[in-house]
Design a protein around this ligand. Sequence first.
Ligand code: FES
Length: 104
Amino acid sequence: MPLLRVVDRDGIEHEVEAKAGLKVMETLRELEYGVAAICGGMCSCATCHVYVDPDWLERLPAAMSDERELLAELAHHERNSRLSCQIEFTKDLAGLKVTIAPDE
Ligand code: FES
């Protein structure tokens, strides 16, 4: 299975298996150090906020307006912020590196 690289809130990097076709959030919420994903992927809670490694940012489909609007409201919003529930993991994204954003 393709790997996803996840940096937790303590700065420790983990490699986890991620299934193609699932949202990145669906892999992250299973991890002890992952995301809460309270709204279940409805793009309304932002508790699945991650920072995408700059090397990968351009390889992801662009964020839709509802994602961009929600991200813009966050205190910890950065240029490479994304909502992991809006990123579909594919084989082409094997090795994708994301950092779990701080709690709001
Ligand atoms: S899980 Fe709520 S916005 Fe992503």
